[in-house]
Design a protein around this ligand. Sequence first.
Ligand SMILES: *Cc1c(COP(=O)(O)O)cnc(C)c1O
Length: 431
Amino acid sequence: MTAATLWHPYAQMHTQPPALNVIGGKGARFTLEGGESLLDATCSWWCMIHGYSHPRLVAAIKDQADTLCHVMLGGLTHEPAKQLADALVRVTPAGLNHVFFSDSGSVGMEVAMKMAVQYQVQTGQPEKHRMMSLMRAYHGDTSGCMAVCDPEEGMHSLFSGYLPRHHFAPAPTAPFDAPRAAVEDDIQALRRMLEAHHHEVAALLMEPLLQAAGGLNMTSPHYVRAARELCDEFDVLLVFDEVATGFGRTGKLFAAEHAGVTPDIMVLSKGLTGGYLGHAATLATDKVYGAFLSEDPGHAFMHGPTFMGNPLACRVALESLAVFEEERYLDKIATLNAILRQELLEDSDLRAHSEVDDVRVLGATAVIEVKDAVCLKGVQAFARRHGVWLRPFGRWLYTMPAYVTTADEMRRITDVMKGWFRERAEQAKPA
Ligand SMILES: *Cc1c(COP(=O)(O)O)cnc(C)c1O
């Protein structure tokens, strides 16, 4: 056994080859010790939306560091936090008017769930203290979040004895562009779950349109709209986890916009700071916020991460949003989307490949789902030989590139993804 001081995530430290040592990066690429450059098809767990070493983001951090690196938000405030709260209220769906900061996507979701439960207590429905989540959901790795991740396929079944029990509705199955009638079964399944359990459910949680870590499962805006209507009907709060989908990933700034709905609570992280610092925002409507206003100090929201509203994180998030808007990132995302559709969705050889189960594209996201995870063994080394960093999980070979990825770079990524299957098809042919 080797004595590794640095313990890596999701890694069998006993058998895993040493992690690659990154020394820098520029645009969609990072550089390894020794000079090898890899094109990052994942933008570092989907957060580095501007790529590496973006000059404006780096300058914003340096400038803020000269002024104020950190101060607590307990009893104190500062311009970057106030400005970021205002900016998030401006860009998110209408009605989300209040912003609570925290330090990561998981904690942002913990905040959302506590907020929902306390809302129910303070509006006279303390029995509504459980969550309803969806199968194939992923909401983070902290205990509260693990309990609302897919209990079967998620990474957390090991802990089932330790976690509180919540309710799970089936994962939606109708694709993004399905007509309303084709989504009816998914909607009825959700309705049945809410009918049976609404009296004890504080909130319905969902990753709108794209269940990301649960296998890049894409669903229809009709489903998201129906979820809003059902939550109103059954007096359950609707929480959108836009940690992965937020900031352009589905082709609009937020996935909620495809459906034209406002959730009661929405959580943002990953792309929020352009990936440059860990931070999250939990936004709430006036209705939710109002339930915490009272003469009773005990009705305050009792939560406060040490690093919430960190000035460096807020400042870089503001700069990230400014770059996103000024440099018309939604157009860049549309260009990437067109390439992903052309190169993957419309590639009949890929779609007909015997090992491929499905190919899906939404915004700047594409996935090749295979029938058996075994057929992806070796794909990471293959991609590296072709200068690309891919990190498949389970049966999913995907890309979620930085939005600064050029058209040529995007095609290089799709070529490598397809190349793997082409090579396997050729190897399988009799000599
Ligand atoms: C990544 C992710 C989280 C957790 O965020 P962390 O910053 O890793 O804690 C939560 N929800 C979704 C949808 C995510 O993709």
